[in-house]
Design a protein around this ligand. Sequence first.
Ligand SMILES: Cc1cc2nc3c(=O)[nH]c(=O)nc-3n(C[C@H](O)[C@H](O)[C@H](O)COP(=O)(O)OP(=O)(O)OC[C@H]3O[C@@H](n4cnc5c(N)ncnc54)[C@H](O)[C@@H]3O)c2cc1C
Length: 305
Amino acid sequence: MRLMILVILDKGNLGIIGVAQEVMEATGLTINALLLGNHEGINLGDYGVSKVYAINGSGLIDPAPLARFITNNFNDAKYIIMPDNKVYRTLSGYLSGLMNIPVIINPTDFKPPSFKVNAVGNRAIMELEVQRPVIIVAQAARFKPKQYSQGNKAMVTNVSVEPGSLKLINVEGKSISNVRIEEADIIVAVGRGFKSKDDLKLAIDLAEALGAQLGCSRPLAADLKWLSEEHWVGLSGHRVKPRLYIAVGISGQPQHLAGMMESGVVVVINIDKNAPFFKYCDYGVVEDLYRLLPALTRKIKERRR
Ligand SMILES: Cc1cc2nc3c(=O)[nH]c(=O)nc-3n(C[C@H](O)[C@H](O)[C@H](O)COP(=O)(O)OP(=O)(O)OC[C@H]3O[C@@H](n4cnc5c(N)ncnc54)[C@H](O)[C@@H]3O)c2cc1C
């Protein structure tokens, strides 16, 4: 049997093709894609995908029948690759059970059969080896698929999956935040060092001057609700990888560090010289944020004029 890479995705997660490409380049296996939902205007052939199986309809509302479909039809998949979000993670669990194969979540390095994964709150790297088929769940937004050629059509087959027991009744639109912190180039992240929600204006001004997105520690989003969850960085929040991460009034607990350790340059501003974050930064400023931020923003604006 000829083995292949199966990438499972929808229109909002095209970045995941970048992971499949890395595995393809390392193994020489071909990529097939299982495309969920509306796929108009997507030509995966340009990205090195040979065959596309398109499922129209709600797809991931109930992952159980989809997992059965994949198990029954793609037992030649050596690598099953999918984006990291709640629904795909659920699908990966079903598939792992049905196919009796392991799952690797968020590898940082792909050299099949070896994969590296951050561990111990990002303070260690585990190297895993897997010779058998494996499911890889990765953050699509971190990858930029290469366009190998243009107009290279993938063979598209429409397929259908038996309906699940969950029925979609209605979808109501809600206002969507335009914060995509995982994709930010520069982040100014705020923590409990700020005494009130209004004081965040100091960080917002700095972020605007730098063209940065605003991030935060968990208490500001989860407990105080000063910012929405889209801004939350950390183990239970978003994992980010900006070029520049400026942490203001954040102590640097492992759960926060877990979300930002892959940042490029890290600057920490904290009034307490013993704050743990100072051990994990490139530049540390021991200063009261209320004194420093207005001066810093003013300087940056002057330089940019
Ligand atoms: C299961 C679990 C998951 C978690 N997941 C996350 C997560 O995803 N992300 C996350 O962030 N946390 C997470 N946490 C919480 C984490 O453990 C910390 O409680 C949290 O990160 C602390 O937030 P903080 O640094 O803003 O607040 P604090 O720890 O209270 O730190 C505030 C800092 O501000 C400094 N400061 C005070 N005043 C000033 C001033 N005027 N100028 C400058 N600095 C000042 C202080 O010196 C202090 O270092 C998790 C915890 C658990 C148990």
